[in-house]
Design a protein around this ligand. Sequence first.
Ligand code: FAD
Ligand code: NAD
Length: 476
Amino acid sequence: MKAMSCKLLVIGAGPGGYVCATRAGQRGIDTVIVEAERPGGTCLNVGCIPSKALIHAADEYDKVVRFAAGDSALGISAADPRIDLAKTMRWKDEIVGRLNGGVAGLLKNAAVKVVQGWAQFRDGKTVEVETETGLQVIHAEQVVIATGARPVELSALPFGGRVISSTEALALRQVPDRLVVVGGGYIGLELGTAFAKMGSQVTIVEALPRIMPQYDAALTRPVETRLRQLGVDVLTNAKATGLTPSGDGLTVETSDGQRKVLAADKILVVVGRAPLTAGWGLEMLDLDTDGPFLRIDEHCRTSMRGIYAIGDVTGEPMLAHRASAQGEMVAAIVAGEKRTWDSVCIPAICFTDPEIVVAGLLPDAARAIGLEIRIGMAPFQANGRALTLGQDAGFIRVVARADNHLIVGIQGVGAGIAELSAAFSTAIEMGARLEDITAVIHAHPSQSETLMEAARNALDHSQRNHARQIHTQPAT
Ligand code: FAD
Ligand code: NAD
């Protein structure tokens, strides 16, 4: 097969790679992208999109189950609810299929050439791809590595049989009666909650003292309450040690030395994701690493001239929108624009029940860098819209510098607040102060009014000369 040449070669068509290739193509750069599987990467095929579809279906089913149980304060009743998970999965697959087509269309319209197959580096400017029609060699002036990440496997619990990763969980055709989830982080909580709502008896096993340990207890408390209501058992300070000899259960050891056996039809292991740095010829290159990740600078340049890296393969936070923003920036740089990574915050949403949104600095992180801060909190219990939705758990919290009221962080937990994430990150990215938020007219009734109230509370605390101030101590 004849060798191809291009100005820009992108390896991996996830939200990092396909955005980079599309933006480069739109700028008139001769671009080739190589993808081993379907366009859209982890996020579109086995991550963000299918998981959110399943979470939505589970929420809908849970509502009907509650109506059928006769505990609807709204006066709604229903009878005999059922979920046909195979049908739910077909609906989810259709959404994924439509979006696959959308990504392929974007690449085509941007005149990006797509090569289907696994890319392997020969050297820093040459890649070979085993395609259906033979070996394709591609020479490129510049290369972007956007190979993403893979699920971490526990040596005591290798994937296979009852032990599944998120990919298999998102393709189940039947709701497992007993689901044990190892890892109480993003995926464990999102999917554990969804399966509990669909009828599984769920146990979450988390090694650390709290679920979602990277966030403070105030943010995770409403999620813990809801998990209890759903009948989910949460075992913290507990590690999975392996399968029982008969293979139908999980042995768990708690930090106080106790051993437990948890019967399970499926064991979902979701203990993090590792960058995909093997199998594509890293050894043929001379790239610096940063722990398990490829090391990059503020332009996403690696240690080799002409080779960039973006997305999950480059580090935390492993989020689709970070990968896309990096991809967009690299396309601009390759086109000759002067660009540097200067984002103040990368918002994160955990689609638990209720949802958690984190933008900018948590209070402890702000203190840790020596900031003297003031915090304003407002609960959804006092918000008319939240009450009319029947979902008043949670709050919004604003973290601002004590001296000039510059907002450095906004976090919240509450039903449906994922959609407020842009309001949070826009405020931080645009350098808003508390007064800017209180000066904005927030539409009524909306949950966004709680953001205004939180900012107002932070200011009230300051005007009352610290009388009701919550935390203002500088870091020690
Ligand atoms: P990926 O999306 O992993 O794409 C990499 C692509 O490269 C893959 O398609 C792979 O096949 C291809 N590839 C790798 N090596 C080669 C090679 N040698 N040759 C050819 N092709 C190759 N993030 C969010 O922001 N929000 C969410 O709600 C969210 N939910 C998630 C839910 C789950 C269950 C999971 C697993 C992840 C979730 N994530 C979420 C994380 C998100 O999916 C990743 O951060 C994102 O996909 C990273 O994008 P990427 O482009 O770096 O890599
Ligand atoms: P995670 O890092 O969010 O959580 C893993 C959890 O497993 C941690 O709480 C950790 O303490 C625990 N753990 C580790 N080893 C353990 C063991 N041996 N036994 C018990 N618990 C153990 O990882 P994840 O849930 O696999 O998700 C991976 C990444 O994917 C996330 O960090 C995030 O970047 C991304 N993601 C994002 C979203 C979203 O944005 N909504 C959703 C899903 C995934």
